[in-house]
Design a protein around this ligand. Sequence first.
Ligand SMILES: [Zn+2]
Length: 392
Amino acid sequence: MNNLFYTFAFLLFTLLKINAQNITINESLATLIQENQDTESIIAMDSLIAQIKADDIKEDLIHQTDLKLSKSIFESIHKHVFKDNDSQEKIEVALMNYYPVGVNQQMYQVAFSKKKENVESLEIIYNFLAHSESGTITFSTPLRYWTQSWKAEKISFITYHYRDKIQTERAENFAYKNMVIAKRFKTPPQSFHFYMVRNYQEILQLIGFGYHKNSIGKLRDGYGVVGDAFIFSVMNNEDFSHDIFHYYSKTKHQDKARNWVAEEGIAYSWGNAYYTNNDGEMSEQKELIDILKKHVSEHPEVDVLELFEEHFWKDTSGIYNHLAPDFKVGRLISSIICDEVKKVHGMDGINQLITSGTSPNHFEPFYRITNQLIGLNRKNFNKKVKKLMESY
Ligand SMILES: [Zn+2]
């Protein structure tokens, strides 16, 4: 009996190897899949891997619920693992684990790794949720599975998903900002699902990443707006208005035209400084301006232009160190300038700043527009910005 079984299992493994051309499966898993009569889903899984590899994901393999979210996460696997791959690198996709998680649902844990000159590097471990419904097999992220016992509350256009409780005041503030920012871009406010998570690693787990090589130790970030409708909190804070500004801006302006000195400044002004401070709150523009004003009055010789240009992408000025490690004084200074452009020229001025381009860098086109619109340039920068700061 045993021998017969092993012969059968071996035959099946051979069969699986033939059918699964894009994924390797060890023998015990192949046996398990066969015992549970899930061979069809492994074949579907193999097709999905082929589509991810080719960057050509067909919607009939994606589960209808949250389709755009799943598709965009799967596409991100292509970008990280397969895109611009060095021809000397060998990519291996291996099924590591498999288990049923509910009626007609299975979790497939897949490892993506690269090998070059005998050095192997694990890139991603991803947990695909397979659904078998009326004879078809589709895949999704495991988000709904991991959050099925969570609570939900709708505040205006935002549906918050959370374990315990949310801070309603912050949530209402964000829901309001969502409407204000949409209105400024003359677009209807969008509905979003907002998942409250403790940190970045938890976002990764919820959307399916058991491991991502680019995210080792990353903690304080959010994940942008993914699949056009999903937001994950930055360190469990209900306000995501910084990135909502970037999101609406993207719906209106071509990516390649977007000037990020302007974008970050406006995001600091209309939204917040993106990261939470030591108290778990989002720091807003006014608080950061007060600290900068104090710094300038204590150091009258300070070069504001240097603060702007040298502490924009990364801030080593130390001005906000006591609040949070990631606030950037350069972006705060940009927010003051963008406010003035909006005050004088409204959204027309703001849109000119955003679409001023990136050539030869993000600063020069920004100065070109501020000089045209409010007469602010590198030469008079210190004087003008210090004057603008006074009105806050
Ligand atoms: Zn930003």
